[in-house]
Design a protein around this ligand. Structure first.
Ligand code: LLP
Length: 475
């Protein structure tokens, strides 16, 4: 028997339950805790994409990343359609694939019309292999290797140049003909954008703030004139745009409004150097709800705010509207995924706390130990059971700090229960490690009652695949 509950709230005494809704249209995924298709099914279990989470664990093992295709597609569509609705000029949304770069995720984003932002040769290789059109791939990075630059030039993607060293390396690489099989675009010059540090402060964790002046990323805006001058003299480079990114998990709209206005000023300045810059990329950064008290703007509100500022600023400067790009990561994918774990041992220290241990931890979700990030969880097989415990969810790593959630309110837990941590789609798998030689979990994509593997669970053989044992060390 499924208990009654108000939409998407936690009743006193029960777990957080998925909201009941007839349609998920107009719901901004980044303002939700669970994927849009989450339901309580007739067995009182959590269901996502029409699949019972406990069955998925039985079938694919534990821990398991479960990606809800509908939620990811909805977020892609809301960004894409938002720009089309609020911006009369051309636009292109890029998925910042550092959030979760793998073939299936990139294929879904590309099918929704998104381009892909990559930050390394490995991410670029994955995007090309996923069949993403190189015209829609942008390569970032503050220390790209020559090999990465060559791969980018040869495959015809746009390079977001970060600094003088890279600019010189790029010019020299093109000049000395290191690139052998040139893509057709090189006839017109390799497409580059310039990344600048806007000097805009925003309130987020200091590790994920990038737009303030003391940042390793981007050209100093004081060098703007010199950079424009240099680039305008390079026959092999076509400078198509300017880029900036101010940080991640941002809840305010003002920093991005300020950024958009500053970028239009840069655009105006570029004209003085004869550069015909037609693209502005305002980066990503929109925050998501990890716990009930988080209150980010919707995707629609965020897009609208940026589109308005760019239009107003361009009108004031009498500039034609640039092609407007943005590159969200977290707000596209975080809410689409949950991680299911199996509960194992527990330890109660009277008057202090109870630790409940699960079969994963900091290797599959390094965010709590890295950024003190907070998460919410439910026991997927006891959704309507009363909340009777306040426990600390511990990972299985040999590290005291390997705690996923402090003071989680849960029903009485037992070994074998399935604990589901919400909003784990961004920067979980992509930052996962093999610490303590734990194989990385499998991932499935779910839609309409069907589940398909998108990442195989690593095996012990996988763990030693790169190991070499020199002959003289063999026992
Ligand atoms: N563009 C650039 C140039 C970026 O550096 C980033 C994120 C994004 C776009 C996407 O930002 P988003 O929309 O996801 O906020 N590992 C950290 C987050 C690091 C973000 C790095 N850059 C975390 O787990 O919170």
């Amino acid at each position: 028997m499924v208990s009654t509950h108000p939409a998407g709230v936690q009743n006193a005494g029960t777990q957080y339950l998925p909201p009941r809704r007839n349609t998920s249209t107009n719901i901004s995924p980044n303002q939700e805790l669970l994927p849009l298709t989450a339901k309580v099914n007739s067995d009182d279990n959590l269901e996502i994409g029409g699949c019972d989470v406990t069955n998925l664990v039985q079938q694919f093992g534990s821990p398991l990343y479960i990606l809800d295709e509908e939620t990811l597609r909805t977020a892609c569509q809301q960004y894409r359609d938002g720009f089309q609705r609020y911006y009369p000029g051309a636009s292109q949304v890029l998925y910042a694939s550092k959030a979760w770069n793998c073939l299936a995720v990139l294929a879904i984003a590309a099918a929704e019309g998104l381009g892909i932002d990559v930050v390394s040769g490995g991410e670029l290789y994955t995007a090309l292999t996923a069949g993403v059109n190189p015209d829609k791939i942008y390569l970032h990075g503050n220390n790209k290797s020559r090999d990465e630059l060559v791969l980018a030039i040869e495959s015809g993607v746009t390079i977001v140049v970060d600094n003088w060293h890279e600019l010189h390396t790029l010019v020299e690489t093109l000049h000395t003909g290191v690139v052998e099989t040139l893509h057709a675009t090189s006839l017109h010059g390799t497409r580059v954008m310039l990344r600048l540090t806007p000097g805009i402060e925003c309130h987020t964790h200091e590790y994920i703030r990038t737009g303030h002046l003391d940042s390793k990323f981007g050209f100093d805006p004081n060098d703007l004139g010199e950079v424009f001058e240099f680039v305008s003299q390079q026959p092999n480079l076509t400078c198509v745009g300017l880029h900036a990114h101010i940080g991640s998990q941002i809840f305010e709209r003002q920093p991005h409004r300020d950024l958009a206005a500053v970028m239009v000023e840069w655009l105006r300045d570029a004209k003085k150097y004869g550069l015909d810059i037609t693209e502005l990329n305002v980066g990503g950064g929109l925050g998501i709800k990890y716990v009930e008290s988080d209150d980010p703007p919707s995707i629609d509100e965020w897009v609208k705010a940026i589109c308005e500022v760019v239009q107003t600023a361009c009108a004031a400067e009498n500039l034609p509207l640039p092609k407007l790009l943005s590159e969200p990561g977290r707000s596209l994918i975080a809410t689409a995924c949950v991680t299911a774990y199996t509960v194992g041992s527990s330890k109660t220290i009277p008057e202090i706390r109870t630790y409940v241990s699960i079969d994963g931890g900091m290797s599959d979700n390094p965010r709590p130990i890295t950024y003190q990030s907070v998460y919410r969880a439910v026991i997927a097989n006891k959704l309507s059971a009363p909340l009777t415990e306040t426990v600390t969810i511990a990972g299985k790593h040999c590290e005291s700090g390997d705690i996923l959630i402090k003071n989680a309110q849960l029903p009485k837990t037992e070994p074998g229960d399935i604990l589901v941590v919400m909003a784990t789609g961004a920067y979980n798998y992509s930052m996962a490690s093999n610490y303590n030689r734990l194989p990385r979990p499998a991932a499935v994509v779910v839609a309409n009652g069907e589940a398909n593997l998108i990442l195989q669970r690593e095996t012990y053989q996988d763990l030693i695949r790169q190991d070499c044992l020199p002959e003289r060390l063999k026992n």
